[in-house]
Design a protein around this ligand. Structure first.
Ligand SMILES: O=C1O[C@H](COP(=O)(O)O)[C@@H](O)[C@H](O)[C@H]1O
Length: 247
């Protein structure tokens, strides 16, 4: 499976429509694979509507929860009880109500430091995948959900940080973040995030339009380098849509 070279932008009316299309795509990806499926979730505010929808019918009753495994693309290095914890948000909004506990794979934040958590999560991912090296013919994830920060970061891969250049490791510790919340992070790297059949970006709100314009203009930002083995889809609502994409 070669890396897909085209991004596809799908304009949608508003955040509600965006969440519904995203939920349809999540369900379609799960349904297309009859075996064990790995989905990589995102944190931040962008995915909350989608997560709530997944816990609601018709999605809730159509998802074969027993065979879907939920990972997280990055974590803020704060306790699981902290409202800023990404996986805790996903748990609150849908996983605790729907997914078997053994299928939820959080990044531990009760370790000595983010590096230790990164190594532990990389071991967990490799054990799940069943190999030490990523095979381009066999993606790690069925789907990777992503948001974009105001500086163009994805997961916790910030512009100009060494983590964005990581070519070997699957997960790294990020000692500091230059956007809120200003806490250390643990992040999957580009090789791990890009090892998927579909990357699905969810972008809503006028405050995202400036960074989206830069990404779509081809600036070298982390978000520009997210490239799935299959499809890279950008769901963008009207408020966030750059001028050139308006009909
Ligand atoms: O800090 C983070 O920010 C990004 C973007 O968040 P959003 O609130 O603009 O959706 C998010 O993708 C990442 O998981 C999170 O840790």
């Amino acid at each position: 499976m070669a890396a897909g070279d085209q991004r596809k932008v799908i304009p949608v009316a508003d955040p509600a429509a965006l969440a519904q299309i995203a939920a349809d795509r999540v369900l379609a990806r799960i349904s297309a694979n009859s075996g064990r499926v790995a989905i990589c979730l995102t944190g931040g505010s962008s995915p909350t509507k989608l997560y709530r929808l997944l816990a609601t019918d018709p999605y809730r009753s159509r998802i074969p929860w027993h065979r879907v495994h939920w990972f997280i693309g990055d974590e803020r290095f704060v306790p699981a009880s902290d409202p800023r914890n990404n996986m805790a948000m996903a748990r609150r909004t849908f996983l605790d109500a729907c997914a078997p506990a053994a299928n939820v794979h959080p990044i531990a934040t009760d370790t000595a430091d983010p590096e230790q958590s990164a190594h532990a999560y990389e071991r967990e991912l490799k054990s799940f995948y069943g190999a030490e090296n990523l095979d381009p013919a066999r993606p790690l994830f069925e789907m990777v959900l992503l948001g974009v920060g105001p500086d163009g970061h994805i997961a916790s891969l910030f512009p100009e940080y060494p983590a964005i250049k990581e070519a070997t490791r699957w997960v790294v510790g990020v000692p500091e973040a230059h956007v809120e919340p200003f806490v250390p992070r643990v992040s999957l790297t580009l090789p791990a995030l890009n090892s998927c059949r579909e990357i699905l970006f969810e972008i809503a709100g006028a405050e995202k339009r400036a960074i989206l314009t830069r990404v779509f203009d081809g600036e070298n930002l982390p978000a520009s380098r997210a490239r799935a083995m299959g499809e890279t889809i950008w769901l963008v609502d009207q408020a966030a849509l750059p001028e050139d994409f308006r009909g």
